[in-house]
Design a protein around this ligand. Structure first.
Ligand code: ADP
Length: 488
């Protein structure tokens, strides 16, 4: 069993390079055991404003550093994250609940964004455009927008922030980061790494606190020029409304309701294994997780058997214990919400094939926020479980007969984040993938996300993108300079 590391940081807001005790404290607990890990103080309104003003002050200096220098600092952050990945991952598991190997993978994934944007910093090219008048020319330049207000959720408490911070710093912006209330520790734990890598004090401020309070402070401060949120669609809507008061740019990564489509010629054992990995990953609390599993009627019985075997053999428990495949949910309220969706489905005619309660074997899990990985069949499109984002380890199976019908059903949701297609005929998979109204599709793959590609939703799943060459644009303004053309 792994242990919770001793803290090398203080549980207070990180402002201008030091920890500054905040106004009131909140208990952060281990969701696997229910036991408290720390009392973290929230940033007061005055501290949030101080943090924004500190970030605005250092912005004038940071933006003028060379792209190479900014990039090298980002790459040093990546190196430091990888060097410290064991204690960081143990802390992440204790705070968030995901199994230790998944926490290690999150640190590595986070580092990949610092590495990627460390390289992208050097590629912020502008362009020269011919003017209609012979003696003039246009120069188009991309400039850092200013201070970014970053708001992140608890499912990937480091990676969701890493995507934003790395792009913002590469662009020449500074940022104030509000981590989720359930997971502020990993944020405070990486603060000294930023400093060690050479990020100037004030360029990344960390202000734990309530979402709506800090969101409004960000929205109303004139120095904040962009609000970047990863969270639920309803939070995105509230933040967008707040941002409209002073016309701030918003960049939103919101909820999903991903279809996972099994074609009749799919390798069913492989698809079942990939589906279970996806649904056990962070206990299904992932915006891109499969929410509706559409299986062709010719293969549905065999596919359900394969998924049932794999799901019932998974080891659910405390993520710090070796060999655990899936941890708890983030808190008891999350269990209640998932449980309600499952109950509604059963009452409406769905059938429960697997409910894996292996965590009950360990008495240490008695006070944990565990919900059994569950396989439901006979799910219908109009059941709430097929219409809402589940955020839990539930596999709801729906049947289809016709290819064009399945694409239409898959798209019949206000969300459009991710989709998955499993099949043998790649051109058919490709055609179905193209028909899905989503930001990213994995064909015969459960986790297509990488730093190299833009990730962002369509419809109510978001605005903008993270990663790829697109991710940095969220933090840039475009300026045109029209000037006389030098003669030679
Ligand atoms: P989740 O359901 O994953 O917790 P939320 O959207 O509730 O998603 O939370 C994501 C982040 O948004 C958290 O840091 C949370 O504190 C913050 N948040 C919640 N409500 C608001 C709001 N009205 N304005 C700004 N941020 C918010």
């Amino acid at each position: 069993m792994k242990t919770v590391p001793d803290f090398w940081f203080e549980p207070h807001p990180w402002i201008n390079g030091s920890w500054q005790p905040g106004s009131e404290s909140v208990t952060v607990s281990n969701p696997a055991t229910g036991s408290p890990l720390a009392q973290v103080t929230r940033a007061s309104a005055a501290q949030v404003n101080l943090a924004i003003e500190g970030a605005a002050k250092v912005f004038t200096e940071w933006r003028q550093r060379s792209a190479v220098e900014r990039g090298n600092i980002l790459k040093r952050i990546a190196t430091l994250l990888l060097e410290r990945k064991d204690p960081l991952a143990r802390l992440l598991t204790a705070e968030q609940g995901k199994p230790y190997p998944q926490a290690v993978a999150e640190i590595e994934y986070s580092a990949s964004f610092f590495q990627w944007f460390g390289e992208e910093a050097r590629r912020l090219y502008g362009r020269v455009v011919p003017h209609p008048e012979a003696d003039r020319e246009f120069i188009i330049e991309h400039k850092p927008i200013g201070v970014a207000g970053l708001i992140t959720p608890w499912n990937f408490p480091l990676a969701q922030a890493a995507k934003k911070i790395s792009a913002a710093l590469a662009a020449g912006c500074t940022a104030v980061w509000k981590p989720a209330e359930a997971t502020p520790l990993i944020a405070l734990a990486v603060a000294p790494l930023f400093r060690e890598a050479g990020v100037p004090d004030g360029a990344i401020q960390i202000v734990p606190g309530r979402g709506s309070v800090i969101g409004n402070l960000f929205a109303d401060h004139p120095a904040v020029r962009v609000l970047s949120l990863t969270g639920s669609t309803s939070t995105g809507s509230s933040l967008m409304a707040a941002a409209s008061r002073s016309i701030k740019r918003v960049s939103l990564e919101l909820g999903g309701n991903a279809p996972f489509i099994i074609l009749p010629d799919a390798d069913l054992a492989f698809a079942a294994e990939q589906l279970c990995r996806l649904k056990l990953f962070v206990s299904g609390q992932v915006c891109v997780t499969a929410n509706r599993i559409f299986v062709h009627s010719d293969v549905v019985a065999k596919f359900i058997d394969l998924v049932a075997q794999r799901l019932s053999s998974a080891h659910v428990g405390n993520g710090l214990i070796d060999g655990v495949d899936s941890g708890p949910l983030i808190h008891q309220h999350a269990c209640t919400e998932v449980g309600t969706l499952v109950e509604q489905s059963l009452q409406a005619g769905a059938r429960c094939v697997v409910s894996n309660r292996s965590y009950e074997a360990d008495r240490g899990n008695a006070a944990g926020a565990f919900y059994p990985p569950t396989l439901l069949t006979d799910v219908k499109d109009d059941m709430p479980i097929a219409q809402q984002e589940i955020f839990g380890p539930i596999i709801p199976v729906l049947q289809y007969i016709d290819y064009s019908d399945v694409v239409q059903r898959a798209n019949a949701t206000p969300y459009g984040l991710a989709g998955y297609v499993f099949g043998g005929d790649i051109s058919r998979c490709r055609a179905i993938a193209s028909g899905l109204d989503v930001g990213i599709v994995g064909v015969n793959e459960w986790r297509p996300l990488k730093a190299e590609i833009p990730f962002g939703g369509v419809k109510q799943s978001g605005i903008g993108a993270e990663g790829g060459e697109e991710g940095i644009r969220e933090f840039l303004d475009t300026q045109v300079i029209s000037l006389p053309k030098p003669k030679y």
